[in-house]
Design a protein. Structure first.
Lengths: 155, 218
């Protein structure tokens, strides 16, 4: 017996045709479908088309990969763990090193009394601007990720 | 979490999966994987890699991409293992990751272009090579297979998904409903739409004999 049949009668017959094509129909439902087919030539044409289609696809299946694929499958998954972790470590380390390098460079520029004052102010402004931009983008991404109502939607 | 990942990856066995406890229920393996035991997760991979691969193959139609996407799904599943409910079946949970990756992949413009180049490569006819087919007959069947594959690739992703699970994975309606997480009525409605579109395509290609109703609005 088909669960979840609902909607208008033609919707029910569509579902009955699917269940019949896939051998998931009960004898009572089969009798109901046969009666509908006998009285509706259009439905019968459609039913015949579905049966022919089923005959075409019945002998087809997804292609098997070479056996070696299964032997090395875990290695592929493992490589992804490893590389994912590698990227996290590289990214974190790069952020730390770039921040430290920038800080050192800014300090050096500011300490250089031979440089004109406006250059030192520009460097200071550049560093402060980069920090503000970084924090702003990071905060925006963080809040968007937390509050996006469509984050679980399959797009 | 990062430290736990580092430890579990550093201690992980590389190479073939060693299935040490084939009778152990998924629940035990999930619980052990959640504690960071990567060998337990490896056993889950061993159990479900074929289903994952074929599910992805049906959705993207390319063996290489199916392998790539199914492995990526396992890697993401491992990262998100804390969210697995051990009391529920593992594969439907994994399947949600697979379908999301595959739908995103097929949406991509460049992957759609690649898809056109690989039509027919993912289906096989089980009757080919079994009997004494003439070369003409074998060619006809190969063409038919390619036309069916091409027609399936034109379906809407959600219709294609249900059709592939039913036709090529042999799942019952209830199993499809559980795997995709939709009601059985929706499974049948999507199957109906998929088959109607497929029939229309194959009629246009001259593979299936025309009927009045197939071409019209049903």
């Amino acid at each position: 017996m088909i669960e979840g049949r609902k909607g208008p009668p033609e919707n029910g017959f569509r579902q009955l045709m699917m269940a019949a094509v896939d051998d998931e129909i009960s004898p009572e439902e089969r009798a109901e479908l046969d009666a509908a087919l006998a009285g509706d030539p259009k439905l019968r044409d459609e039913w015949e088309a579905f049966k022919r289609l089923r005959e075409v696809t019945r002998t087809m299946t997804t292609r098997e990969p070479p056996a070696e694929v299964w032997d090395s499958y875990w290695e592929g998954v493992y490589r992804r763990f490893e590389r994912g972790l590698g990227w996290i470590l590289v990214s974190l380390s790069a952020i730390v090193l770039i921040t430290w390098g920038t800080w050192e460079w800014v300090q050096e520029i500011l300490a250089d009394t031979e440089l004109p004052g406006f250059i030192r102010w520009a460097v200071l402004g550049l560093a402060a601007g980069l920090i503000v931009l970084f924090v702003s983008v990071a905060r925006e991404r963080w809040f968007a990720r937390k509050s996006d109502p469509y984050k679980d939607l399959i797009r | 979490m990062l430290a736990q990942n580092v430890r579990s990856i550093a201690l992980a066995p590389v190479g073939r999966i060693r299935v040490t406890s084939p009778d152990l229920p998924d629940r035990s393996l999930v619980l052990r994987a959640q504690e960071g035991e990567q060998a337990a997760f490896g056993e889950l991979v061993g159990r479900y890699m074929q289903r994952a691969y074929y599910a992805a193959l049906g959705l993207v139609g390319s063996p290489d991409d199916a392998l790539d996407l199914s492995q990526e799904a396992f890697a993401r599943a491992f990262k998100a293992r804390a969210t697995i409910d051990p009391e529920r079946p593992f594969f439907p949970w994994l399947y949600q990751i697979i379908r999301r990756l595959c739908f995103n992949y097929t949406r991509d413009t460049s992957s759609r272009r690649k898809k056109l180049e690989r039509v027919g490569s993912w289906l096989t006819d089980t009757t080919m090579g079994r009997g004494p087919d003439s070369p003409e007959r074998a060619l006809e069947r190969a063409e038919l297979r390619d036309q069916v594959a091409a027609a399936i690739e034109k379906l809407q992703p959600r219709e294609r998904e249900v059709l592939v699970l039913r036709e090529f994975e042999g799942l019952r309606y209830r199993e499809i409903a559980e795997t995709v997480d939709i009601p059985i009525g929706t499974v049948m409605s999507r199957l109906y739409s998929a088959r109607r579109s497929l029939a229309r395509e194959l009629v246009a290609a001259g593979v299936v004999e025309s009927t009045e109703s197939t071409g019209g609005e049903a």
